[in-house]
Design a protein around this ligand. Structure first.
Ligand code: NAP
Length: 239
């Protein structure tokens, strides 16, 4: 990381894991450019399901950062059911929405960041919030989510291998269930006991635990760790 206080774009910082990442980075002295679907003070509004939104987000973030961004945390994500017995068009629409938000926007932001760091400012870091689903697969209603997160991990490794010689580093975090809005419906009722029974730790992760890993990757991880994927799933999927 640079000697000056770094400026870091955190997507999906309005809630859950992203909010915890933003909080922990700020506590370490970083300037955080936040992001959510709607604009707010310190938060760039961009619905990543819309074409062009990722480019607009990057340009707005760069303007707020006075032309210098040191790291990007690709955290924004959608987890929505897509049963295989809906209509063909409904299934394809849901597939494309999840792929656009969870993978394509990540690729667009990563591309913009890599090109930024290949310009006047040398070096930078990308942290991808992937998922256990990338490695283990997901439920039958979530082909799209697992495919997007698997794509994110492959994208991450490609960036790490391609640009390390330019001091552009890439890290990925693969959480299992985390106690946020995204997982809330799964962590109440009958299904909760089944989910917890599959986690040797006996509980899901907190957003702060995932944020601690992401903050380490953004600020502290040694350069030789580039390309790493860090699991955080309570040993529910040990690889
Ligand atoms: N929670 C889990 O169990 C879990 C497990 C593994 C991986 N993850 C991953 O961790 C990341 C964060 O998840 P979370 O649990 O913190 O989720 P969350 O509480 O649902 O928060 C999602 C964040 O993403 C933003 N977002 C969602 N759709 C968006 C869109 N179309 N355009 C722009 N921003 C959008 C939301 O912004 P708004 O506030 O504006 O909606 C919010 O800031 C995701 O990539 C997720 O896949 C989560």
């Amino acid at each position: 990381m640079p000697h000056h206080a770094p400026t870091i774009l955190v997507t999906g910082s309005t809630r859950g894991i992203g909010a915890a990442i933003a909080r922990q980075l700020r506590a370490r002295g970083a300037t955080v450019i936040g992001h959510g679907r709607k604009a707010a003070p310190g938060v760039v509004g961009a619905d990543l399901g819309e074409p062009g939104a990722a480019q607009n987000l990057w340009e707005s973030a760069l303007a707020l950062a006075h032309g210098r961004i040191d790291a990007v945390v690709n955290n924004a994500g959608l987890f929505a059911d897509n049963p295989i017995d809906v209509s063909d068009n409904a299934w394809l629409d849901a597939w494309e929405e999840t792929l656009r938000i969870n993978l394509t926007a990540t690729a667009q932001l990563s591309r913009a960041a890599v090109r930024h760091w290949q310009g006047g400012q040398r070096g930078g870091r990308i942290v991808h919030i992937a998922s256990r689903a990338a490695h283990r697969g997901d439920s039958p209603d979530h082909w799209h989510y697992a495919a997007a997160k698997g794509g994110m991990v492959a994208l991450h490794k490609t960036i790490a291998r391609g640009y390390a010689h330019q001091d552009i580093l890439s890290f990925a975090v693969s959480p299992g269930f985390v106690a946020t809005d995204m997982a809330a419906d799964y962590l109440v009722g009958d299904g909760a006991a089944t989910i917890l029974g599959q986690i040797p730790l006996g509980r899901v992760a907190s957003a702060d635990e995932i944020a601690a890993i992401a903050t380490f990757c953004a600020l502290d991880a040694p350069a030789s760790m580039t390309g790493a994927v860090i699991d955080a799933n309570g040993a529910s999927h040990v690889r």
